[in-house]
Write a new protein. Structure first.
Length: 127
C-alpha cells in the first residue's frame, strides 16, 4: 500500500475558539491543520503555503469570507484549492453568494464532526 500523505487544511474564522475546536476535530481525524483568525490572516497564510483545502467562515468583520473565496479563485497559485464554507447561516442567499464567489461546498456549523469530515473527504476525493 502506498504511503498516505496527511492532508493539510487551512481553517479561517474570526473566532479563535471555533478554529481551535475545528483544529482538534480535524487533527483527531488525521488532518494537518493551520488556523487563521480572519480573512487577512488567511490571505497571509496562503501567500506562504498551499493547503489541500480551505475551510472558512463567510461572516467575518473587515473582509468577509467571500473576499477570501474570490482572492483564492483569482490567484493562479491558489485557484485550484477547494473551499468548504463553514458558516453559522444556512440562508439560501449566503449559499448562493458563496457558490458565486467560488466555494466548492457549503456546510452549516451545526454539522456533526462526521458530516464535516465526510464533506472534506468527498471534496478531496478520498471519501
Amino acid at each position: 500500500m502506498a504511503e498516505t500523505r496527511k492532508r493539510h487544511i487551512l481553517v479561517v474564522d474570526d473566532d479563535p475558539e471555533i478554529t481551535k475546536v475545528v483544529q482538534v476535530m480535524l487533527e483527531y481525524e488525521g488532518f494537518v491543520v493551520t488556523r487563521a483568525h480572519g480573512t487577512a490572516q488567511g490571505m497571509a497564510v496562503l501567500d506562504k503555503e498551499l493547503p489541500d483545502l480551505v475551510l472558512l467562515d463567510i461572516m467575518m468583520p473587515h473582509l468577509d469570507g467571500l473576499e477570501l473565496c474570490r482572492y483564492i479563485r483569482r490567484e493562479p497559485r491558489t485557484m485550484h484549492i477547494p473551499m468548504v464554507v463553514f458558516s453559522a447561516s444556512g440562508a439560501d442567499e449566503k449559499v448562493h453568494a458563496a457558490t458565486l464567489a467560488g466555494a466548492t461546498r457549503y456546510l452549516v456549523k451545526t454539522a456533526s464532526r462526521e458530516e464535516l469530515v465526510q464533506t472534506i473527504d468527498e471534496v478531496l476525493g478520498s471519501g
